[in-house]
Design a protein around this ligand. Structure first.
Ligand code: HEC
Ligand code: HEC
Ligand code: HEC
Ligand code: HEC
Length: 368
């Protein structure tokens, strides 16, 4: 195949071709892979969102693949634009017999909202879920508990949008409607009940700790954090620069610390974000070093306390027994995850309020 002179020369001058071949091979593959990365992009690229001041490393890193993953319930979200009322149109309060909250709506908007509430809360059961006489066109009765609960829910939703604007519209107009919590289910996911003592045979501190429950985020931390902080108005303050050796009266104990950590784990899991989304982890105690999200979260704590105490707990006597808590027969309660469902913003920031002026205020709705 080669000329004779070459074969002769080659036989006289034996050379190790393996080393150069390996070098060429390795270098060639590296160039090839580098070319792939440049042309197709890094398959496991990360992106990060800055949360604190520049240079402090306060950022939340995520794989891009994950960041882009849409919340699957967004696709099923139902909405419908409002009808702008005409001059002198008759209102629901005059047309119907038993309208206590939505009296200022025109008939078209009233029915538009009834239809949407059905899509958001009871798409399978339809109007009959709240109206026993739906088949006979009879809607005035309050005989079903679901209707009585729904009326309170409408008031609660109006209150959230009207008075907790600093939370639910913190970044841009997003707001809250029935779908934010319910997502097409009669009973929203991620509700909670009182479960302390976790074990009836023990009492005291051990009764709430060292048992993996959903409320301890399946850790050995206390299971009563939501109850103490998001229902009972217990103060969240455990961290400062003072020595605790003296243990002055009123000083927080390690139990408070663990309960706080339990709550903070719940926050992180509710939003799918870690601690530095809200804190500068070098100074948890210092309100001057937090991120803007901390302030939004802080309002969120007060909002949840109000939703539970003013709207959800008072419904206890209205629910049938099977809807009440397993240990204390208490009313179902809400917290961060009931709206957020593991995302930084519920429905990833989908605006759910602009189409529903009826749910944005407790007064007469403003259409434009
Ligand atoms: C999730 C519960 C729920 C569902 C589902 C629901 N409604 Fe209602 N409905 C209510 C509540 C609560 C009221 C009372 C509102 C008030 O007091 O302001 C009401 C009142 C009414 C009234 C006024 C009755 C009267 O004479 O006082 C009509 C009409 C009505 N609904 C029709 C419908 C129709 C039609 C559907 C199905 C498309 C429907 N509703 C689905 C909760 C519901
Ligand atoms: C009633 C529903 C609801 C509840 C309950 C709720 N949130 Fe929110 N939260 C929202 C909405 C809606 C937004 C989006 C605001 C926006 O994007 O303008 C939001 C935004 C936030 C943000 C800001 C996110 C950002 O990108 O800046 C933080 C932080 C937050 N919530 C924390 C919490 C915490 C902590 C709790 C529990 C103590 C909580 N939320 C409870 C509805 C809720
Ligand atoms: C902040 C979250 C939240 C919002 C917003 C919300 N709900 Fe609820 N809803 C709950 C919780 C918590 C329960 C109690 C769950 C249970 O019944 O076991 C509930 C229960 C209900 C029930 C009783 C269901 C059953 O089968 O027991 C109805 C009906 C209902 N909601 C209607 C509505 C309507 C209509 C809206 C909008 C106007 C709405 N909800 C908005 C949290 C919410
Ligand atoms: C969504 C925002 C948010 C996230 C995420 C979060 N925190 Fe917090 N954290 C807060 C807020 C708001 C407070 C203050 C509550 C108050 O004072 O009422 C707080 C309070 C604390 C405190 C008590 C501070 C004091 O003054 O004693 C500690 C400790 C703490 N967080 C640790 C953590 C840890 C650890 C994580 C991660 C597992 C975490 N936090 C995640 C918002 C958050």
């Amino acid at each position: 195949m080669f000329p004779k002179w070459f074969s002769e020369w080659n036989a006289k001058n034996p050379t190790d071709i393996y080393k150069p071949a390996i070098i060429v091979g390795v270098a060639g593959s590296a160039v090839f892979l580098a070319a792939l990365f440049v042309s197709w992009g890094q398959p496991l690229a990360t992106d990060s969102m800055q949360t604190g001041p520049r240079g402090t490393g306060m950022k939340v890193a995520k794989f891009e693949l994950e960041l882009d993953k849409p919340d699957p319930t967004i696709e099923d979200y139902y909405t419908d634009e409002p009808f702008i009322p005409e001059e002198g149109e008759e209102l629901a309060g005059d047309i119907y017999e038993n309208v206590q909250v939505l009296g200022d709506l025109t008939d078209a908007n009233f029915n538009r909202l009834m239809n949407a509430m059905t899509q958001w809360v009871a798409p399978e059961q339809g109007c009959a879920y709240c109206h026993s006489g739906a088949d006979d066109g009879e809607y005035a009765d309050d005989d079903l508990y679901t209707k009585v609960v729904a009326r309170s829910m409408i008031q609660m939703t109006q209150n959230i949008n009207e008075n907790w604007d600093g939370h639910v519209n913190a970044v841009e107009v997003v707001g809250v409607n029935c779908y934010t919590c319910h997502r097409g289910e009669n009973v929203p996911s991620d509700i909670w009940f009182r479960i302390d003592p976790v074990n009836e045979n023990t009492s005291g501190w051990s009764a709430v700790q060292n048992r993996a429950t959903a409320q301890s985020q399946f850790t050995s931390l206390p299971s009563d954090a939501l109850e103490q902080y998001l229902l009972n108005y217990e103060t969240i303050a455990v961290h400062d620069l003072e020595s605790r050796v003296q243990n002055e009266p009123g000083d927080p104990t390690w139990q408070h610390t663990e309960r706080t950590f339990s709550l903070m784990n719940y926050f992180s899991n509710s939003l799918g974000r870690n601690c530095v989304f809200c804190h500068n982890s070098r100074a948890f105690y210092d309100g001057a070093q937090v991120t803007p999200q901390w302030a939004t979260a802080s309002l969120g704590i007060q909002m949840v306390q109000e939703l539970n105490n003013d709207y959800l707990v008072p419904l206890e006597g209205v629910y049938p027994p099977e809807r009440l808590g397993p240990l204390h027969a208490d009313a179902p309660k809400a917290a961060c995850k009931t709206c957020h469902k593991g995302y930084q913003r519920p429905l990833q920031g989908t605006n759910v309020i602009t189409d529903w002026p009826e749910l944005a205020t407790s007064g007469p709705p403003v259409y434009e």
